[in-house]
Design a protein around this ligand. Structure first.
Ligand code: PLP
Length: 473
């Protein structure tokens, strides 16, 4: 019995959906155009939790509009021009429509019939990106749920290329991973998940520009081989999360070729620069990689989660999870690109590629190149503005859309001061920026994710920081 007819009613859906779309459009207009609009309304975690706990007790209502209004009012507004925080895409509204479609279709992707379109869209988009990168037609890839899973999967593939540990376990072999000291924590986590322990992550020191030091790389590698460690891969940052600095991929790639090491490029954030003719030089050498990840949901304007995992050699991508799953496919020896679960950690997987494909189809490749040029350009503008103000110390000249800097006041502890500034900015909620620790010092960190942001907002940010700093005791 029950009210399943109403739950699935197309008429109810139409009625509610029209109102939701109008509400979202009004929200966007307000957030984008009203300079008074805050980026977030800060609440302590417990207060937020209590609110939603009380809300849960209220009567049920088949119209989701009131709920959605509350969700918006209590969320961070990334479309605000003063959003300069963590690296998630400020999504073009059309992707909320593709997201609607992929939700209602809910095609599971794991096997061909459950994702006939999805698996094909993935192959098309992956081939386009692989070509951009400079991979040839032996390459292959697919979409995974986020950069963290992408890095883990690539490292599993690297180990599978080197050993049969996928079947036999690590045994006593000392598998190790070479990474920059600035690498994302997901690499360290992947090593632990593989059962290698944290000591397996050999962190190579960086220079004053936060790039991996090539001579140190040689030293760490020689020491590792002396210690009978088996290097399964070297991970290059393109770019690193904290500073937005790119490793010298060409040198890393050559080092890997010389020593027969799998080269993985973590381009979760900055791999998308391949679309910019102005900035793609930062990725010079990326074609030497055995595997690459690029998050669509960071610099490719797509809703979370959606990550491209690319392999130079298609055959490598099938070794990672080779295993029988007879209810899904008949023969695990077949290289069926269209049975996506053969190669992914996920069994059921979202058809998130539709969001990316939609952007390509609605706005063309140009939209990705414009996005990179605007965001990286904004970081250059911010860098210039900061340099004009004697109170700011800049950690490193930005290469991407990430800028790290700190405010300095004579006689005041810079770490306390900048931690204070970060907290105050978040509580005021006008802007959203982040903080990071570099060489054990606290820096403010801005990642310019919103292509609608302009110089006006950057100047306003500098004023806001200066005002807050003047209240520090
Ligand atoms: C964000 C990021 C990751 C993790 O990706 P998720 O999609 O957040 O899981 C990995 N590496 C780098 C360099 C990143 O910036």
């Amino acid at each position: 019995m029950g009210n399943m007819d109403q739950v699935y009613s197309p008429d109810d859906f139409r009625k509610h959906a029209h109102k939701v779309v109008d509400m979202v459009a009004d929200y966007l207009a307000k957030v984008i155009d009203d300079p008074q609009e805050k980026t977030l309304s800060w609440k302590e975690p417990l207060a937020q939790y209590e609110y939603w706990k009380d809300y849960f007790q209220q009567p049920i209502n088949p119209d989701p509009l009131p709920l959605f209004k509350e969700v918006i009012a209590r969320s961070i507004n990334i479309h605000n021009k003063k959003y300069m925080g963590h690296q998630v895409a400020v999504v073009p509204p059309v992707t909320s429509l593709s997201a609607l479609l992929l939700s209602i279709l809910n095609n599971g992707m794991g096997v061909y019939e459950m994702g006939m379109t999805g698996n094909s869209l993935e192959k098309v988009v992956i081939e386009k990106i692989s070509e951009k990168i400079g991979f040839d037609n032996h390459s292959s890839g697919f979409v995974v749920s986020g950069g963290t899973i992408g890095n883990l999967t690539a490292i599993l593939a690297a180990r599978a290329a080197k050993s049969n540990a996928w079947s036999e376990g690590n045994q006593d072999r000392k598998f190790s991973i070479l990474v920059s000291a600035e690498a994302h924590y997901s690499i360290d986590r992947a090593a632990r998940i593989l059962g290698l322990g944290s000591e397996a992550v050999l962190k190579v020191p960086v220079d004053e520009n936060y790039q991996i030091k090539i001579d140190e790389l040689e030293r760490v590698y020689t020491q590792a081989t002396t210690d009978n460690k088996i290097i399964i891969c070297l991970v290059g940052c393109a770019c690193s999360t904290a500073t937005g600095i790119y490793d010298d991929l060409e040198s890393l790639g050559k080092f890997c070729q010389k020593n027969n090491i799998w080269f993985h490029v973590d381009g979760a954030h900055g791999g998308a620069a391949i679309y910019s003719s102005k900035y793609n030089h930062l990725l010079k050498g990326i074609q030497l990689a055995n595997s690459v990840i690029i998050d669509f949901h960071k610099m490719m304007m797509t809703p979370s989660l959606s990550t491209a995992l690319l392999f130079k050699n298609e055959s490598d991508s099938y070794k990672t999870f080779s295993q029988k799953a007879s209810y899904l496919w008949d023969n695990e020896e077949n290289h069926d690109w269209y049975n996506s679960a053969m190669r992914t950690m996920e069994c059921t997987k979202s058809m998130s590629i539709l969001n990316v494909y939609t952007l390509f189809k609605c706005y063309g490749e140009q939209v990705f190149s414009d996005n990179i040029d605007m965001l990286f350009g904004l970081a250059e503008t911010l860098h210039i503005l900061l340099e004009q103000n004697n109170n700011f110390e800049i950690a490193v000249t930005p290469q991407s859309n990430i800028v790290c800097f700190r405010y300095q006041l004579p006689g005041k502890d810079s770490n306390n001061l900048n931690a204070f500034i970060y907290k105050e900015i978040t509580k005021q909620g006008v802007f959203y920026i982040t903080q990071t620790s570099l060489n054990s010092n606290i820096y403010l960190r801005v990642s310019l994710m919103n292509p609608l942001t302009g110089e006006k907002e950057l100047k306003f940010l500098i004023d806001t920081i200066s005002k807050i700093a003047s209240t520090f005791k």
